[in-house]
Design a protein around this ligand. Structure first.
Ligand code: UD1
Ligand code: MG
Length: 452
């Protein structure tokens, strides 16, 4: 949307979280609350986003490195109006400004868009999103006259007994004309029950100046839930999780048990993929089409091509080619490039390695710091000995190598194309092309030994 800027208030302490971390950095579905809000503002196409920070400002700033946002510092938390004032330089007279909270992570861009359209169609000076709730205690209440016209917002702590009965509350989301926002902010004071500069006091001020002010209900009440405690954080997590799962199902992904499937906000999944119960899929993971994921996988920042099968496995920061089968009980650590039509079986750990197409690593094997070619067979219990206690070394295994069971490959070492390693060998020297390496002592049978 054109001529639109956003200010996100995120300076508050969040005492009830009982945390060393600033409240807005707590995560829902793997993404910090303030980031959720920033991303929705970005979806709207805001021309600028300014985050007002205060409590542990540096931590919040650091966590948002790489995001296209400006910051304003509110050193003392003197109220929501005071917080917006700190961003005064960011407000432009002839642009609309939406005000959002960093602890309201469930807000949707599409709801904000409807809201801004309402604001602009009615040529309001300021509009606020209101909602009807059963328990309105604690919120700002929207007071209307007998004809239903907006009169003012009154904070719960300042409300009369009669006003406290009102069920229409202020969600805290506003859209202001820039100029009116700046001018009205200069007129608010802190003569109220909390001794704070209340942002919603600007509404009454603008209305009294004859300007268009209105409260409107858009979207779903759940979108405006603020998170103040760990319990509310878990409530928000559940709502967002359901929303994410539903999105993927609507896009052609089968989720066998949505209540037991945890997909991060930025994960992408292709059509006809099936997610079995007990999966946690996080970060920037991308999953192709027709994959079978789970039961019980944790995938973090993974890229899976089409037709990958992966079960009971933890995998991170790596890629898996199409047709590859992983697990049960495999562990893929960062920086692996695992090719196509590979089998990585039970109790196989891979780290910082490349594995070529068609290779079989069926069971009980460690592959670390290795460049592994195509069509290789790893016998059960192969260990790549990559570490001498001080340094790590790489191992190269060329195409069509066959490694017998229980072999140690002591790095740095190269197994040339088509070579063989006898079972039980500890290989410390390179093996030439098509050679068989036997690196174990010969068997001796001692006759009559048990009689002695
Ligand atoms: C505010 C509204 C209330 C509304 C409710 C909706 C005011 C005075 N009241 O109340 O009408 O119903 O939100 O949730 O605005 N913040 C700062 N600096 C400050 C104070 C607050 O950055 O000095 C931030 C907080 O971090 C938070 C947001 O503003 O993200 C809201 O502040 P909070 O203190 O929770 O306001 P409420 O009392 O909930
Ligand atoms: Mg609040």
């Amino acid at each position: 949307m054109e001529n639109l800027k956003a200010i996100i208030l995120a300076a508050g302490k969040g005492t009830r979280m009982k945390s060393k971390m600033p409240k807005v950095l707590h995560k829902v579905c793997g993404k910090s609350m303030v980031e959720c809000v920033i991303d929705e503002a970005a979806k709207l196409g805001c021309e600028g986003v300014c985050v007002v920070i205060g409590d542990k400002a540096e931590m919040v700033k650091e966590s948002l490195e790489g995001k296209n946002v400006a910051f304003a510092l509110q050193e003392q938390q003197l109220g929501t109006g005071h917080a917006v004032m700190q961003a005064a330089d960011f407000i432009e007279d002839d642009k609309d400004v939406i005000i959002l909270y960093g602890d309201t992570p469930l807000i949707k861009a599409e709801t904000l868009e409807k809201f801004i359209n309402f604001h602009r169609e009615n040529k309001n000076s300021v509009s606020v999103i209101s909602a009807i709730v059963e328990d309105s205690a604690g919120y700002g209440h929207i007071i209307r006259d007998s004809e239903g016209h907006f009169v003012k917002n009154v904070e719960y702590k300042d409300a009369t007994e009669e006003e406290k009965l009102v069920k229409e509350i202020n969600t805290g989301i506003y859209c202001f004309k820039g100029k009116d926002l700046k001018e009205s902010l200069s007129k608010i004071n802190n003569n109220n029950a909390q001794g704070e500069y209340y942002l919603p006091d600007t509404l009454e001020i603008l209305l009294k100046e004859g300007k268009g002010v209105d409260a409107v209900s858009v979207g779903d009440v759940t979108e405006f839930a603020g998170v103040n405690s760990r319990v509310q954080l878990a409530d928000a997590e559940k709502i967002l999780k359901d929303r994410i799962n539903r999105f993927h199902m609507e896009n052609g992904v089968t989720i066998i048990d949505p209540a037991n499937t945890y997909i991060g906000a930025d994960v992408k999944i292709g059509m006809d993929t099936v997610i079995y119960p007990g999966c946690v899929i996080e970060g920037n993971t991308v999953i192709g089409e027709e994959c079978k994921v789970g039961p019980s996988c944790r995938l973090t920042d993974m890229v899976l091509s089409d037709n990958v099968t992966i079960q009971f496995t933890t995998a991170m920061e790596s890629s898996i080619g199409s047709g590859t089968k992983v697990g049960p009980y495999a562990y893929i650590r960062p920086n692996c490039k695992i090719g196509e039509n590979i089998k990585l079986g039970d109790f196989v750990e891979v780290k910082n390695s490349v594995i070529g197409n068609g290779t079989k690593v069926s069971h009980l094997t460690y592959i670390g710091d290795a460049d592994v070619g195509e069509r290789i067979n790893f016998g059960c219990g192969t260990v790549i000995v990559n570490y001498d206690g001080k340094k790590k070394y790489r191992t190269t295994i060329e195409n069509d190598v066959f490694i017998g069971c229980n072999a140690n490959l002591v790095a740095p070492v190269t197994l040339k194309e088509g070579s063989y390693v006898a079972a039980g060998s500890t290989v410390t020297k390179d093996v030439p092309e098509k050679n068989l390496a036997v690196a174990r002592s010969r068997q001796v049978n001692i006759e009559g030994w048990t009689k002695k």
